[in-house]
Ligand binder design. Structure first.
Ligand code: UDX
Length: 454
């Protein structure tokens, strides 16, 4: 099939790459020439494990990138994969979605039927909004010349290929017969697991696929739109819950890791998303919970549980700062080393990262801050150029002369650090591990004052 993805962000680039892997023709369109050139040259414009290999395999063949909207005319399926950042009032900013709808409308062929798909996370009713824009710009008629379906993307950054190639579920929201037929056809290789995985990708997909099956679920457009928000908010609630349990567990002297394990053994609860942190963050959970909460209020059906999770998440971030304060007494004049700037490992994404809150608090309290991240430093520096922090080339360097070392993101490489060397380079051997991922007992044996959460 001929497909087009509008947007070269995480969702657009990964979707297009996976469509090419499934044998479809994929054109990814963006106004950013640099990103377009990068894809055409066979290089991923974003850091995502394995993505570079897929793009280099398919670029110039099934996968192409362009700044021109020409391919819209010929497309069987067009995916809208643009960003929907939060506005100051908490609602999703649909500016880019509307721009995309206008661009599609301007280039749509009325000689053939086109299926337009919202992959971006968009509020309920956006499919109808896109349809009305495309209608008014193209002069065509919705459901006759085109249809707009909702097909939310559930990929996690850092595991995007695994999630896209071996999804647990594909949610398709449309009731148009041609829309249903075309998307069934498009997704057949994914559902039936027919996509050939090249050897070079296998290391990134270990553990993926296995016995699981992809459930292909069709519903109406509004329900599909809401499934995405409801899912993300539910996961956020789950993390906030274990984080609150961790706080209680710490007060009581219980073992949070054991509690999470014990809870997760109940298949109704499940073991995933019970990992303690200094709070959930990233480009999805904060904005999606905010949007869902704001919408629920607007419709007089307040999602108080989601609101509680948001408040609890804020409290979690403060809890970590307070823990540090308790240990060091005063942060004024102290030097703190921060390991990890990205909102989770295996990504260079630092949007809405927990580390930003921590850094701002530390600076406000008069501390000097040294930071390190394996992938996120450039992005962080670009997004927050005014933050007076010392960027360090290595974790060991970030630890030098510090009174406390705070692990924010559980990058694999932080588990292998030369802790003996670090012990001798710090001023005070205190470690706050907000992910409970380091080997605490070993570190204590070395002489560190090691604390996790809970
Ligand atoms: C999320 C959803 O998981 C994905 O399905 C959706 O498509 C987009 O939003 P993502 O934002 O990439 O994906 O990251 P995710 O792995 O869900 O983590 C979100 C945040 O929660 C991160 O800050 C992460 O560190 C934190 N987290 C996650 C925890 O604190 N504990 C956990 O157990 C899991």
């Amino acid at each position: 099939m001929k497909t087009v993805c509008l947007g070269t962000g995480y969702v657009g680039t990964v979707t297009a790459a996976a469509l090419a892997m499934a044998g479809h023709q994929a054109t990814v369109i963006d106004i950013d020439k640099q990103k377009v050139n990068s894809i055409n040259a066979g290089a991923s414009p974003i850091f995502e494990p394995g993505l570079n290999d897929v793009i280099s395999l398919h670029a110039g063949r099934l996968l192409t990138a362009s700044v021109s909207l020409e391919s819209v005319r010929e497309a069987d399926v067009i995916f809208i994969c643009v960003g929907t950042p939060a506005l100051p009032d908490g609602t999703a900013d649909l500016r880019y979605v509307k721009d995309a709808a206008r661009s599609i409308g301007e280039n749509l062929s009325l000689e053939r039927f086109t299926v337009i798909v919202n992959k971006s996370t968009v509020p309920v009713g956006t499919a109808a909004l896109v349809a009305s824009i495309v209608e008014s710009v193209s002069g065509g008629e919705a459901e006759r010349h085109f249809t707009v379906a909702s097909n939310p993307e559930f990929l996690r950054e850092g595991y995007a290929l695994e999630d896209v190639l071996f999804p647990d579920r594909i949610i398709v929201g449309t009731q148009h017969p041609e829309g249903l037929a075309r998307l069934r056809e498009l997704y057949k290789p994914y559902v039936k697991r027919l996509i050939r995985i090249p050897d070079v990708l296998k290391p990134y997909l270990e553990g993926a696929g296995g016995q699981q099956e992809t459930v292909y679920f069709e519903t109406d457009t509004k329900s599909a739109e809401l499934i995405k928000y409801a899912s993300n908010a539910f996961l956020a609630v789950k993390i906030s819950y274990i984080n609150e349990i961790a706080r209680l567990s710490e007060a009581l002297g219980a073992n949070t890791a054991h509690i999470a394990r014990g809870m997760g053994l109940d298949s109704r609860i499940g073991e995933k998303f019970l990992e303690v942190s200094s709070g959930w963050s990233g480009s999805c959970f904060p904005k999606d919970t905010q949007e869902l909460w704001t919408t629920s209020r607007k419709y007089g059906a307040e999602l108080s549980i989601v609101r509680a999770a948001m408040d609890s998440n804020e409290e979690m971030k403060h809890f970590c700062v307070r823990k540090l304060q308790r240990k060091l007494k005063s942060l004024n004049g102290s030097c703190i080393g921060l390991l990890g700037l990205t909102f989770k490992p295996n990504t260079d994404d630092v949007r809405e990262t927990q580390a930003l809150f921590m850094i701002r608090q530390l600076l406000e309290l008069g501390a000097q801050v040294r930071v390190h991240d394996p992938k996120g430093m450039d992005h962080f520096r670009r997004l927050y150029p005014d933050l007076p922090v010392d960027y360090c080339e290595s974790a060991e360097e970030a630890a030098e002369r510090t009174h406390a070392l705070v692990l924010m993101t559980h990058w694999e490489q932080y588990l292998q650090l030369n802790w003996k060397m670090i012990f001798y380079s710090v001023k005070q051997p205190y470690i706050l591990d907000t992910r409970n991922c380091l080997r605490g007992a070993e570190l204590r044996e070395m002489g560190f004052d090691y604390e996790g959460i809970g």
